[in-house]
Design a protein. Structure first.
Length: 271
């Protein structure tokens, strides 16, 4: 997690559904060994759709080649949602109640400019059903929820993996990146899978108004669970303050950083 090397581009804009950008996505490793990726494609009209790709060789530890599915896009924004306000699907988790996989996607409600979270279920990652209602609707004015994320904490170390998160003492972090102010917010709550609801444990600290991952120039993070070391690793994006001319001269701009021990969040919340 400290030393890295550059690899060729994994995917590039090349089809009508992602010609204006292959945007944020998340990987899911399936029980049969397949590795799939759901990502946001920016269409030729900049509408945002959810697309599917699969690792060409799942035995490759670097997953260097990906194949986009011929059925793309696999999910469109629901009626009434802005075509440019719907993005960043999460890693899927399995729901034993109906043997389906679940994902969530962030958006916003234009009536009061509140962030909203949709939940979808699928059996094959090609056909999806939108679960009625919102998983969560934030306070008015919170705006578009980008890079939405949800994961379990507490109830034993393995509860950090959504596959093993059924204990009643498990809390769930719901996290969003604000499209309005470019900050990463999170909140702690209870997740009711049957009702498809996430409810904050503190109504004064709802998502998008209080707790933040970092109080610097930190934005657009995503996370994954490391089952070997039983930890959740969070990737974040740091916008530097260099001028455009300085960035052009050095040939790169901005940084990718990590937060590894998510127990720090609970400590800072409860102290």
């Amino acid at each position: 997690m400290v030393h890295w090397r550059h690899l060729p581009l994994a995917m590039v804009p090349e089809h009508w559904y992602d010609i204006e950008g292959v945007l944020t996505g998340s990987i899911t490793v399936l029980p049969d060994g397949r590795v799939i990726l759901l990502y946001t494609g920016n269409t030729e009209t900049f509408a945002q759709v959810t697309c599917l790709a699969e690792a060409a060789d799942p035995s490759d530890p670097l997953l260097r080649e990906w194949v986009k599915h011929p059925a793309n896009p696999v999910v469109y924004p629901p009626p009434g949602i802005g075509m440019k306000d719907y993005r960043d699907p999460t890693t899927a988790w399995f729901d034993n109640s109906d043997n389906t996989w679940r994902i969530i996607i962030g958006s916003k409600n234009d009536t009061d400019h509140s962030g909203i979270v949709f939940t979808y279920k699928t059996k094959d990652f090609v056909s999806y059903e939108l679960i009625p209602g919102y998983l969560y609707r934030g306070p008015a004015g919170t705006g578009m929820y980008e890079c939405i994320d949800m994961f379990a904490v507490g109830g034993g170390r393995k509860a950090s993996d959504m596959y093993n998160s059924t204990a009643k003492d498990v809390l769930y972090v719901l996290k969003e990146s604000s499209d309005d102010d470019r900050r990463d917010y999170y909140a702690l709550g209870r997740f009711d899978a049957a009702a498809n609801t996430w409810t904050p444990i503190d109504t004064e600290r709802e998502l998008g108004v209080a707790l933040r991952y970092d109080y610097g120039r930190y934005d657009a993070s995503k996370s994954f669970y490391d089952p070997v070391k039983e930890r959740r690793i969070v990737w974040g994006y740091v916008v530097e303050t260099d001028s455009w001319s300085a960035d052009a001269a050095k040939g790169w701009a901005n940084l990718q950083v990590t937060i590894i021990d998510m127990a720090v969040l609970l400590y800072s919340y409860h102290r």
